[in-house]
Design a protein around this ligand. Sequence first.
Ligand SMILES: Nc1nc2c(c(=O)[nH]1)N[C@H]1C(S)=C(S)[C@@H](COP(=O)(O)OP(=O)(O)OC[C@H]3O[C@@H](n4cnc5c(=O)[nH]c(N)nc54)[C@H](O)[C@@H]3O)O[C@H]1N2
Ligand SMILES: Nc1nc2c(c(=O)[nH]1)N[C@H]1C(S)=C(S)[C@@H](COP(=O)(O)OP(=O)(O)OC[C@H]3O[C@@H](n4cnc5c(=O)[nH]c(N)nc54)[C@H](O)[C@@H]3O)O[C@H]1N2
Ligand code: SF4
Ligand SMILES: [Mo]
Length: 719
Amino acid sequence: MATAYRTCPLCEAACGLELTVGDGRILAARGDREHVFSHGFVCPKGATFGALSGDPDRLRRPMIRHGGEHREASWDDAFQAVAHGLSQTVAGYGRSALAVYLGNPNAHTMAGGLYVTPLLKAAGTPNVFSASTVDQMPKHVSCGYLFGNPLTIPVPDLDRTDFLLILGANPWESNGSLATAADFPGRLKAIQARGGRFVVVDPRRTRTAEHADEHLFIRPGADAFLLFAMVHTLFAEGLVDLGHLAAHVTGLDQVRGLAADFTPELAAGACDIPAERIRGLAREVATAGSAAVYGRIGTCTVEFGTLTSWLIDVLNVLTGNLDRPGGVMFPLAAHLRPHDRPGGKGFRTGRWHSRARGLPEVKGELPVATLADEIETPGPGQVRAFVTVAGNPVLSTPNSARLDRALAGLDFMVSVDPYLNETTRHADVVLPPMESARKGHYDFSFLGFAVRNFASYSPPVLPPDPGGMDECDVLARLTLILAGQDHTDPGVLHETLLARALAKSGGTVGRDEVTGDGPAERLLDVALRAGAYDLTLARLIENPHGVDLGPLQPRVPEVLRTPSGTIELVVPAIAAEAGRLLAATGRSRDDLVLIGRRHLRSNNSWMHNVPALVKGRDRCTLQMHPADADRFALADGDDAEVTSRAGSLTARVEVTDRVMPGVVSLPHGWGHGVPGARMTVAAEYPGVNANLLTDEMSVDPLSGNTVLNGVSVKIAKLR
Ligand SMILES: Nc1nc2c(c(=O)[nH]1)N[C@H]1C(S)=C(S)[C@@H](COP(=O)(O)OP(=O)(O)OC[C@H]3O[C@@H](n4cnc5c(=O)[nH]c(N)nc54)[C@H](O)[C@@H]3O)O[C@H]1N2
Ligand SMILES: Nc1nc2c(c(=O)[nH]1)N[C@H]1C(S)=C(S)[C@@H](COP(=O)(O)OP(=O)(O)OC[C@H]3O[C@@H](n4cnc5c(=O)[nH]c(N)nc54)[C@H](O)[C@@H]3O)O[C@H]1N2
Ligand code: SF4
Ligand SMILES: [Mo]
């Protein structure tokens, strides 16, 4: 038996794991007490890393579909079939007949961080979709406008803040998102222990809310009113103080103008938080020694998602809390370099539009809410072939019954995925990468969102499976196929990417000094050598518990990529959204709206095959306030029929005052046990798919993000 250390790749928290390895498998996983960032923290998901790795349902060889059935095939046959299927579509209908969907775990693999961009380039299609448009796209857009780069997203400086306002996030269970903070709960408790406070705004009394100093219920979708009224209060009470940002901000008067109509009284009517409390919150953010406003899923997946995300950082700016210790700050990952000076091209959307609905491109992709339209709508450019990498859109994206039907009508589909699930069952070919334990790991995405700068690399903990394939090789071969090249040797692409990375380093890194056992490792080594801290792969390998790079440092103005080199507070698109919000004040209210929820032992749709994570009480229940249960004559344990514009489903009712009246909550990621999938344990705990109810026609206009929270529904008792 041996001990190995490994970053957990399962969520954004990036905890260090200590693994016991023997017999060619992982026998146990616990928190790595010496890890520089997580200090021994582990959650129930991380503790199942071994079970997940050894899951008997995990595909280890490619699958080719014959009629309705998938059969194991050799890698060569599988890639031949992919080359044939994709080239037929491209030859017959052009590249726009291809679509690609990228799922969430791409952010959790080195292959995803390094090989997806070349793959998209080779695909050459406008029809790129990802989980980002059912998640954080509004934040990319608001930060793109404010700071000039959609990836320049400030994170709450959790370990130093005196006051944290959390909207629409439940880090006690999600472990945080767009804020990499292993042991988020511990860091929240530490705020209180040092005399600070944190307040949660959420239509559900979550576990985070339970631990907060204060929890405020809010009407789903109404955060923009609350936040605008807080901005209004700052101006009205002379609390705007840009502090150290004064020389770096433009558009202040425009913000004042936009906020003028959003009085706390107006907002109170829309969001159900009393006007005096709204004023109080604004004063607290403004007067705390340091304060951070942080929002996540509940502020993004709503009708005014971009405006809400924008308002969050506007509050941070107006109170001088952006880019200062204890406020919100910009991390600097080890594989990146700071810029020499502020200013850049800035950010814009709409470089192309979707064919069927004319929705604007954002960050190189189109809203996944319109994927089914693109497959179903006839005419030039109709999508006929589909590539998914690490995604399960049939459970994760809106009106999934429609998408499920659309996928069945494709000419060809290939999925890079370790499971035959609700989505990949439609694939003609499934290419399963080797499991996490057999790949190296470095968090290209999340180290850029870490609340303290650190770096860690984990080498593979198990030897390669002789009949398996590394995900970099899988993606490289797929890329070569898409580029119309010989695809038998992925090394051709690995070498091209390495040469490009060396060139990008501007000659600071020489080919002969680069080390690394695999192609991803070599690219990482180049990036680290060229990066901000002059690290090397070897140095990270010598430090299996990670290398601490210190607390976050101020980065304004260097980090700003707007044309003016300042924080550009107001662009016309944002001003127009503010007008649309004001006009929404008079709308009549929905009688009942649906929101989601996450559970500590779930991870979106794909970890329900691990027995330890699904056993126990059914978690896929429809939570409903007692007053609503009375209204619909429903009792705890009854089955209710829930209907929306998009579809309907039957769910088990759980009566609880954790949700506010007028709001029901159903988790997403369930709805297993469909024919053709092969996830034995998940099929025993199927649950229902919440995205049968979410509406693909309902998007935040600036980002194309789907409205997943605040969906109007009707309820009836099932007889
Ligand atoms: N109603 C509602 N819907 C939601 C949400 C919500 O809050 N409410 N949340 C949304 C959010 S935030 C997200 S991120 C999306 C997630 O949407 P998706 O990314 O589409 O879905 P996941 O459930 O994360 O599925 C991940 C897929 O990746 C595969 N996989 C796992 N590990 C690997 C790997 O190492 N390599 C490869 N190639 N594949 C791998 C899994 O088998 C699975 O098929 O769901 C969204 N959908
Ligand atoms: N255990 C677990 N952890 C996860 C995941 C998981 O599935 N399970 N998924 C991972 C992923 S991909 C992501 S993106 C993150 C998400 O991380 P979080 O955003 O922290 O997770 P959620 O639990 O979706 O929290 C969203 C909260 O918003 C609330 N909400 C809904 N509508 C509104 C609204 O209109 N206004 C306000 N103020 N609140 C609202 C919901 O009640 C919910 O509590 O979690 C990650 N971590
Ligand atoms: S919190 Fe996230 S990173 Fe940490 S052990 Fe759990 S799943 Fe893994
Ligand atoms: Mo997500």
